[in-house]
Design a binder for this molecule. Structure first.
Ligand code: NAD
Length: 458
């Protein structure tokens, strides 16, 4: 545990004392904490990259893009817009309420609990923290125990840079998470699997603690006849290689029109060779448990493995693997892959691809490669997912003006930019009116005339 000297049972209580002091609601505090968070990232780039290399085997350039740069963008956006976000917004009231004035006042929720996964251990804890701070909350971060070097670094750095009595890190696993939820926080922001998301929601229910669930699932890529196949292949493989495919918004599988399938598969194999010219090993997988899980998906998937397929248990790596037309009821097509394995399913046309997506759980993202505006608008309106990107992968996650989140099985609620601020705020309705005139129309005794007049106003 970092940031607070108290034992675990007192963490939320201590943070609440700070919240009740009102300190965190001041705009100056929010700005200063966000500036400090930015300093934490820029002054510790090397340590963060080293922790990510230890936990995930991630190269330093990828560490910057996904775990440092991405949080800095969030901080910059929040600091630039904080004044606007914090301001009350005036709304028109019905004529019957004249001379009243209506406004929406954003108020912080109190103490937020942020539970992170292991795959982007800084972005997925400090990213939500930006929203929590911007909205004026206290927060406790519970990083994943499966990225221990990153978790330990967060626990060391957060109290050095941020207000120790308002923001802290509690390291641990299920027991610690459960203990924190039991202490009744005011909001839980969870990023992880749908299975654990259900448990978090159940644990939150006794206190009626609201939850934001940023979950995963199988995000499809649809490739139509008229797509730019070369670019599609490049972008799909780029996304699949990132963090060894252990990314929630990566392409889980491809639905490609039969006529262009051979060309797409050839280009993807060529792209793999081009992107990894000296590849003598596979891609690093988090740990033995994850390696075994992904390896199990490669056991009898049906279809044809057209490239890759080998697993090195000693090195803890898996070769980038493409499987064409696996059985649809095999685990690789039933479970989120979360590794460098890409099933490619051939379909007749866009109708079949859309039906395929609609027949399954709502994914975090749907991707479409197509030159046709009509196909794009069909995919947007006929499928349901957290987000849609046309002709690329994952870009919606890197745009702070867009809400990022899932729907159905891929989650509830959203964040990034203003949406992070909104998630950690309550929108309080405020009506302020005058004591005069004090018309008797609402007061008893009810008369036919009063009722007739009242109806005129609705
Ligand atoms: P996970 O659900 O196993 O764990 C996430 C967090 O929950 C960890 O901090 C863990 O300690 C905690 N946890 C685990 N079991 C718990 C329990 N029973 N009670 C309380 N807390 C518990 O997820 P993971 O393996 O770390 O991450 C992979 C999953 O996260 C994938 O499904 C992926 O798609 C998803 N993900 C989603 C996003 C997104 O933004 N939507 C981003 C990254 C990852």
């Amino acid at each position: 545990m970092g940031g607070l000297a108290a034992p675990l049972p007192k963490v939320v209580e201590q943070l609440r004392t700070t919240f009740d002091s009102g300190r965190t609601t001041a705009a100056a505090w929010r700005h200063q904490q966000l500036a400090q968070l930015s300093r934490l990232l820029s002054e510790n780039e090397k340590q963060i990259a080293a922790a990510l290399a230890t936990d995930l085997g991630r190269p330093a350039a990828d560490a910057w893009l996904a775990d440092i740069g991405a949080v800095q963008v969030e901080i910059k956006t929040a600091r630039r817009n904080l004044g606007k976000w914090m301001s009350d917004s005036r709304v028109r009231l019905p004529l019957a309420q004249f001379p009243g004035v209506g406004k929406i006042h954003p108020e912080p929720l109190g103490v937020a609990l942020i539970i992170g996964p292991w795959n982007y251990p800084f972005f997925l804890t400090l990213g939500p923290l930006v929203g929590a701070i911007a909205a004026g909350n206290c927060a406790v971060i519970k990083p994943s125990e499966y990225a221990p070097a990153s978790s330990a670094l967060l626990a060391r750095l957060v109290p050095r840079y941020l207000d120790q009595n308002a923001i802290c890190v509690v390291e641990g696993a299920v027991r610690e998470t459960a203990a924190l939820i039991d202490q009744r926080v005011d909001h839980i922001f969870f990023t992880g699997s749908p299975a654990v998301g259900k448990r978090i929601m159940a644990a939150a229910a006794p206190h009626l603690t609201p939850v934001t669930l940023e979950l995963g699932g199988k995000s499809p890529v649809i490739v139509t006849d008229d797509a730019d196949i070369e670019v599609a292949a490049r972008r799909i493989i780029w996304a699949k290689l990132m963090n060894s495919g252990q990314t929630c918004i990566t392409a889980d599988y491809v639905l490609v029109s039969k006529t262009v399938a051979p060309a797409l598969i050839d280009k993807m194999i060529a792209t793999l060779a081009q992107f990894r010219p000296d590849a003598s090993t596979g891609l690093p997988i988090l740990d033995g448990r994850q390696l075994d899980r992904v390896a199990a998906l490669l056991e009898n998937p049906g279809g044809t493995v057209v490239c890759g397929g080998s697993i090195d248990e000693t090195a803890g790596t898996i070769e980038p693997t493409i499987i064409v037309n696996p059985h649809l009821d095999s685990p690789v097509m039933q479970e989120e892959i979360f590794g460098p394995v890409l099933p490619v399913i051939q379909v007749d046309d866009l109708d079949e691809a859309i039906k395929f997506v609609r027949d399954r759980e709502k994914p975090l993202a749907v991707y479409l490669f197509s030159a046709s505006k009509q196909s794009a608008s069909r995919v947007v309106s006929e499928t349901s997912s957290g987000g849609v990107v046309i002709n690329h992968i994952g870009l919606h996650c890197m745009a702070p003006n867009l809400p990022f989140g899932g729907v159905g099985n891929s989650g509830m609620g959203a964040y990034h930019g203003r949406w992070g601020f909104e998630t950690f705020s309550h929108r309080k309705s405020v009506v302020s009116t005058k004591t005069r005139p004090d018309l008797p129309i609402l007061y008893p005794p009810v008369t036919a005339l009063k009722q007739r007049i009242l109806r005129l106003f609705f």
